[in-house]
Design a protein. Structure first.
Length: 149
């Protein structure tokens, strides 16, 4: 591909030309990017399935209630809940000053938030922020509590 370097300052032409030599032209780059889409999608699907399996096993192990919400948000909400809660345990108990009794109280609060959308909304939060986030959860986010779980 031909590039016009006349509009570049003289002291920046040689460096830019060297940079261009190591790059594909725009059409070649786009073709390579589009050809790789299938492998990216397969990799992403495999990663999501692995994360979903880990979240389901975790939820069963720790007796977490199923989430509520639209069908397409449930899996994402479960993965988000798993990631945030495990990050919170790591930050507060493993690396922090909490003991297991403190964590048990928080774990009971975690079980009350049943709306998948709430967990999705918190997916970018730090684990150490989970207690404050749970305190701020609205009544719409909290499911019907079953004392006989």
């Amino acid at each position: 591909m031909t590039h016009n370097l006349s509009n570049r300052p003289a002291d920046r032409r040689a460096g830019f030309a060297r940079w261009l030599e190591g790059r594909d032209c725009t059409d070649c780059w786009k073709a390579a990017r589009d050809a790789d889409t299938e492998s990216k999608e397969a990799w992403l699907a495999a990663k999501r399935a692995e994360e979903q399996q880990a979240a389901a096993e975790w939820a069963k192990q720790f007796d977490m209630p199923p989430l509520e919400g639209p069908e397409k948000a449930l899996a994402w909400g479960e993965r988000s809940r798993h990631q945030l809660v495990t990050a919170a345990y790591s930050a507060l108990v493993s690396e922090g000053t909490w003991d297991e009794a403190d964590w048990a109280v928080l774990e009971d609060k975690i079980r009350t938030v049943a709306r998948a959308g709430w967990w999705i909304d918190q997916r970018g939060a730090e684990g150490s922020d989970l207690p404050e986030l749970l305190d701020a959860a609205a009544s719409d986010d909290i499911g019907t509590e079953n004392p006989f779980r």
